[in-house]
Design a protein around this ligand. Sequence first.
Ligand code: IPE
Ligand code: IPE
Ligand code: MG
Length: 246
Amino acid sequence: MSLKEQINLSRLPQHVAIIMDGNGRWAQRQGEQRIFGHQHGVRAVRDTTEAAAELGIKFLTLYAFSTENWNRPKAEVDALMELLIQTILAETATLNKNNIRLLAIGDLESLPGNCHQQLREAMAATASNTRMSLVLALSYSAKWELLDAVQRISQDVKKGTLDASAINEEVFSNYLTTVGIPDPELLIRTSGEHRISNFLLWQIAYSELYFTDKLWPEFTKEDFYTALIDYQQRERRFGLVSEQLK
Ligand code: IPE
Ligand code: IPE
Ligand code: MG
């Protein structure tokens, strides 16, 4: 049986999030510049998106650029922004063909103007697609998102449009950039690092974590299937005891 056939389609996660890491190391291992790795990472983005949509996963979130990544050498940041623009431009037609909606989370205002513009156009062009949402985390960090939510909540409480005693998990979630997106059941990180790096802290409170040593440019559909099979073998207890789940 192929890996794909081993996946139980009735127990798929609705939402898978991925920390795409290891592009720089992959490039350096072949004696190339880091940006070479980012360019090759696009192949893995394309294949993973296709694999997720084919299976019937509804949301795929990819951590593409963190708030902290702004502090990398300017040449790398500029090259990443250019790659982002080119990729969005090149892939919008494929997203439409495959009925995939593009969304973005993060401090999008901080992106260079042309980049933000390209992103907005691609999101508008794919807005009515229903098969899967591909969510790009750009200039994203969880601490930025949580503080942004707290500030907007405070303003609404001050204006009197929100009652402080009514703030519960649901209300709070509505102030996050992930509003309307269910929490990921599965979080994958490539490149062998075992950390979250300021990704979706609130949303991954009960996610299953899966780490692989594969560097992002090497990540294939088969690796994605392997992560899903691993996920499906776990018992998600949410604080209960095993017997209660039966
Ligand atoms: C992940 O690869 C992509 C981004 C953070 C933009 P890295 O660029 O972090 O690659 P490594 O981790 O240095 O190998
Ligand atoms: C996390 O990777 C951010 C993205 C994948 C976009 P980093 O390479 O920036 O994170 P650290 O430095 O390993 O924590
Ligand atoms: Mg990295």
